[in-house]
Ligand binder design. Structure first.
Ligand code: GDP
Ligand code: MG
Length: 696
């Protein structure tokens, strides 16, 4: 196998396969998605924290008349079944049977990354190892002796740099040639003799026959033997052995003494680490020994410092809000709003008049669509600013630190630090955040996190706050917006406290994560990330919100006899709204228009803004904010924002929650809980606010 020269074209002439299935496997952040994008040309979101890739992604690539089907599998640290990612990846490798595994390792931290490699090798499937990030290795002046690694690990190894595109072509040649030959790695000796003996005895026992998941599968016996030695629960459950086989295996295992504070899995892990450590010591010459203090270390000493970490985190968040909602964001929003409503709206209005359009057409287009959809669209600059900033924080490597910092806080409420990732995603959109809970190892953690996510104020709610802030809180924007977001976080923590006992049993799993090096955010990632958001936003405005706005416009313009009404109070919508509005009088917004807006927010949260714009709008081009200023006091506006923050998420989010919880009962509990909490907190805010106001 060592004689296979990847770059030679003639190697491919004899290739018979026309279709190959290749799986990318590696630790989180080793560059799988970057390589996947390089190979398939697709724009997957490249995340800088573990767990962005929860579902496996598939892409295709044509190379030299061969179709390669590439799977981007979730990043994992090992093949033990402790997290959903590990289970997905392992199941895919065992049961989907790809033609080739490309194991990607981050060559800057080989000692950590090769742990997974040793486990993958034991699967005895065709595999090649790509040493990624070699550009950084070179820049650091480190030297890797690839031939030593090849000899020891008995597997083809190829240096690449996924984001620079180096070595990609060679990797493809190697992939095709090697997958076609069905080359398999030769097992290297990793464990000490005593353990090897036990493993081979178990292996012999397995040769007598077994079934896996009820069927006979071609699974490597040595690998299975090691799993049985490790007492791997999931495998134990799937393997059917006879009574005597089980008894014998138990007997063999008892030969190896296991210290009190260890278990058989730890013994295996320990030996793997020792093996890798020795190998790396021999084959990697580091210009600066690992202890060398890098710039990343220096920054981290401050940023993750025991006392400074949280204040810095809070400060960064406040700064983010300040830029988004403060003078800078407001300026861009106002320019954009002026453009849409005055210039665009004005011209369209003139055009309609000149064309002699009917009154209702003008009302629909100007008072409905431009007012409604336009007022949502006018927040686009602020959405862009917010996501640009978050993307910079993510791409630079800071978000991974934020996960690290919040780990401790999350543990206090009984959650794993890993829950940070889906919770953080909740600030973007509840749907992917809820899907993101799949990275959590325990069902209980998952359930609790799903209950918490809707309180992390999603980006669709932002235009609602921005609208009120622009109208009523001109002076304390940052304070108001930060307090809303903070309240959401506090309510999420409260939720954890309330549901912890009935939902959570058992201990929380520890959070193992590698902090990536800080680096300058890439412009390309930024564009992809922000571009995706802008696209979502605009598409949503042009479809769901447009449709909702037209429906709202219709319902507020006509009465039940389908006659256009001069006064909105006589419309279908008003008579309906007025029946439920009194429920909110304790919260300070018992006005039918506010109530109807909240209801339309169930379709999409931005719809609260467009509905308010249509209902409060004068039907002309006078801004909504003036009317809102007249209708709301500071206190009722704040109570309204609190309600928007806490009440039931949109239908798309709800259906995702239902799908992930797989329980109608829990979904119903979640909805009832959100509505009760939103109403209660909002009423408290309003009543206390009014009380304090009257006293002073
Ligand atoms: P995944 O978690 O394995 O999918 O890793 P990603 O593809 O998301 O990559 C993690 C980070 O490493 C991203 O910010 C990439 O831009 C970066 N990265 C990936 N490959 C390379 C490389 O070869 N060199 C350098 N310098 N950075 C890389
Ligand atoms: Mg990825």
């Amino acid at each position: 196998m060592a004689t296979f020269t990847p770059t030679k074209e003639e190697n491919l002439r004899s290739v018979k396969s026309k279709n190959l299935k290749v799986a990318l496997v590696g630790n989180p952040n080793c560059g799988k998605t970057t390589l996947f994008n390089q190979l398939t040309g697709s724009n997957q979101h490249v995340g800088n924290w573990p767990g962005v890739t929860v579902e496996k992604k598939e892409g295709f690539l044509e190379f030299k008349n061969i179709t390669i089907n590439i799977l981007d599998l979730p990043g994992i640290y090992s093949l033990s079944p402790y997290s959903s990612e590990e289970i997905i990846t392992r199941t895919c490798l065992l049961e989907d049977d790809p033609d080739l595994i490309i194991n990607i390792v981050d060559a800057t931290v080989l000692e950590r990354n090769l742990y997974l490699t040793t486990q993958l090798l034991e699967l005895q499937k065709p595999m090649i190892v790509a040493f990624n990030m070699t550009d950084i290795v070179e820049k650091k002046g480190d030297v890797i002796d690839y031939s030593k690694f090849r000899r020891e690990l008995n597997v083809p190894i190829i240096p690449i740099s996924a984001n620079k595109g180096n070595g990609i072509k060679e990797l493809l040649y190697l992939t095709i040639g090697y997958a076609d030959k069905k080359g398999k790695p030769i097992v290297s000796k990793i464990y000490e003799d005593k353990i090897e003996t036990v493993i081979s005895k178990i292996e012999n026992e397995l040769k007598l026959g077994f079934s896996f998941n009820g069927v006979k599968r071609k699974i490597n016996l040595r690998w299975l033997a090691i799993k049985l030695f490790e007492n791997d629960e999931l495998i134990l459950r799937k393997v059917n052995l006879s009574r005597s086989q089980k008894e014998k295996i138990r007997l063999y295992k008892s030969i190896i003494p296991i210290p009190d504070n260890m278990d058989s899995q730890m013994i295996i892990a320990d030996q793997r680490y020792k093996y890798i450590y020795k190998l790396c010591k021999n084959a990697v010459k580091r210009k600066h020994p690992l202890e060398h203090i890098t710039l990343t270390d220096k920054i981290d000493r401050i940023v993750t410092n025991k006392f400074l970490a949280v204040p810095i985190f809070v400060l960064i968040m406040i700064l983010t809000f300040y830029i988004t909602f403060g003078p800078i964001g407001s300026f861009f929003r106002m320019q954009f709003e002026f453009f849409i409503k005055d210039i665009l709206g004005g011209n369209i209005s003139n055009l309609l008049t000149n064309l002699g359009a009917a009154e209702w057409t003008k009302s629909l287009i100007i008072g409905g669509i431009i007012e409604g959809v336009g007022s949502v669209i006018s927040f686009l600059p602020q959405v862009m600013i917010l996501f640009t900033l978050l993307s910079i924080l993510e791409d630079s490597g800071y978000m991974a630190r934020a996960a690290f910092i919040t780990d401790k806080l999350l543990r206090k409420v009984g959650l794993s630090g890993r829950a940070f990732v889906p919770l953080l995603m909740g600030f973007g959109c509840t749907v992917p955040a809820v899907l993101g809970t799949r990275i959590l190892e325990k069902e209980e953690d998952k359930k609790l996190t799903i209950l918490m996510i809707p309180f992390m104020s999603c980006s669709a709610k932002m235009p609602v706050y921005a609208m009120f802030i622009a109208a009523l809180f001109k002076e304390h924007q940052v304070l108001v917006i930060s307090s809303i977001y903070l309240l959401g976080i506090l309510m999420a923590i409260l939720t954890a406290a309330i549901f912890k006992k009935p939902v959570l049993k058992g201990n929380t799993a520890s959070f193992l994560m590698e902090l990536p090096e800080y680096r300058f955010p890439s412009f390309k990632n930024l564009c992809i990330h922000v571009g995706e958001r802008v696209k979502d936003f605009v598409v949503k405005a042009g479809t769901i919100l447009l449709a909702a706005t037209i429906v709202i416009w219709f319902l507020q313009s006509f009465n039940l006899n389908l006659q256009m009404v001069p006064d909105r109070k006589d419309s279908i919508l008003a008579s309906f709204g007025m029946t439920i509005a009194p429920m909110f009088s304790l919260c300070g917004f018992g006005d039918w228009r506010a109530t109807v807006s909240l209801l339309s927010g169930l379709i999409a949260k931005e719809s609260v803004v467009s509905t308010m714009a249509v209902l409060y709008g004068t039907g002309g081009l006078v801004g909504t904010s003036q009317v809102i200023m007249d209708q709301f006091s500071i206190i009722s506006a704040y109570a309204f924002m609190v309600f928007v923050l806490l009440y039931t998420p949109c239908v798309a989010a709800l259906s995702t929650i239902y799908k992930e919880l797989k329980s109608f009962k829990w979904t119903a509990i979640a909805v009832a809980y959100q509505l009760t909490l939103a109403w209660t907190v909002s009423a408290i805010v309003y009543q206390v606010g009014i009380f304090v106001y009257n006293v002073i």
